[in-house]
Design a protein around this ligand. Structure first.
Ligand code: GDP
Length: 227
C-alpha cells in the first residue's frame, strides 16, 4: 500500500469575525458554540470579552479549522482596528432581537465592512436573544428582509438556549466552502480574494453605496416595527 498517496488533506483554515454593537451577545455566542458554555446574565455583566477560539468541524465533507474572533469590547469605543478584519473569510453580524437600536446599527457595520473586506467575504446576520420573545423589538421578517437585501445569510439564535447557534456557524462555513476563491490557493485569503470593496461605483453590485435599513422594507411579509 502506498503511503505517498491519499494523505489526509490538511484542514481548510477559515477565519470568522463577530461584529455588532456591544452587549448583543457576541462573546456569549462564541462561548456557546466553542465551549458549549453559558454564563448567567448576572455573572457575565455586559461584555465577557473572549479574544478568539479555535474550533474544528467537518462541513460538506471537508475538514475545517475555524478561528473565530471576538471584538473583546473594542466596539464600545467605535474603534475596531482594520487589522481585526484582515484575512477574514466570514463575518457574523450580531444584533439583539430585543434591542432595536442594535438592529438599526447594522447599516453602519456594513459600511465598515465595505471599507475593510472584499465583497466576496461571506456575511451572516444573527438575530440573537430569541429566548426574550416577550420583549422582541425586531420581527423575524424584518431581519430576514434586510439580510436578503444585503446579500447576507440570516438566522435567529439564542446563546442562552443554544437554539440556532451551531446552525449559524455551519451556515457561514458552508457558504465559504461553496466559495473556493476564499480558501483555495490564497495565501492571504479574504482581503486578498478580491479588492476591498470601499468606494464602489454606484450600481456596480448588490450592496448599495449608502446603506439604508428600511428601504423596500414593505417587501417583507409582516415587516415593520414589531413593537
Ligand atoms: P457582547 O458585548 O456582544 O460580546 O455581549 P455578551 O456576550 O457579553 O453579552 C451581553 C449580555 O447579554 C450578557 O449579560 C449576556 O449574558 C447576555 N446575553 C447574551 N446572549 C444572550 C441570549 O441569547 N439571551 C439572553 N437572554 N441574554 C443573552
Amino acid at each position: 500500500m502506498s503511503q505517498t498517496q491519499d494523505k489526509p488533506s490538511a484542514p481548510i483554515n477559515v477565519k470568522l469575525l463577530l461584529i455588532g454593537n456591544s452587549s448583543v451577545g457576541k462573546s456569549s455566542l462564541l462561548l456557546r458554540f466553542s465551549d458549549e458554555q453559558w454564563l448567567p446574565e448576572d455573572e457575565s455583566n455586559a461584555t465577557i470579552g473572549v479574544d478568539f477560539r479555535v474550533h474544528k468541524m467537518e462541513v460538506k465533507s471537508k475538514r475545517v479549522k475555524l478561528s473565530i474572533w471576538d471584538t473583546a469590547g473594542q466596539e464600545r469605543f467605535r474603534t475596531i482596528t482594520s487589522s481585526y478584519y484582515r484575512g477574514a473569510q466570514g463575518i457574523i453580524l450580531v444584533y439583539d432581537v430585543a434591542n432595536r437600536e442594535s438592529f438599526e446599527a447594522l447599516p453602519r457595520w456594513f459600511s465598515e465592512l465595505e471599507t475593510y473586506v472584499s465583497s466576496s467575504v461571506v456575511k451572516i446576520i444573527v438575530g440573537n436573544k430569541v429566548d426574550k420573545e416577550y420583549s422582541r423589538q425586531v420581527s423575524t421578517a424584518e431581519g430576514q428582509a434586510f439580510a436578503t437585501r444585503m446579500g447576507a445569510l440570516f438566522i435567529e439564535a439564542s446563546a442562552k438556549t443554544a437554539v440556532g447557534v451551531e446552525d449559524a456557524f455551519r451556515d457561514v462555513v458552508a457558504r465559504i466552502i461553496d466559495t473556493p476563491e476564499l480558501w483555495q490557493a490564497a495565501p492571504r485569503a479574504g482581503v486578498s480574494a478580491g479588492k476591498p470593496s470601499a468606494r464602489r461605483d454606484a450600481g456596480n453590485d448588490d450592496m448599495p453605496g449608502s446603506i439604508d435599513l428600511h428601504q423596500e422594507q414593505d417587501e417583507a411579509e409582516g415587516g415593520g416595527c414589531a413593537c
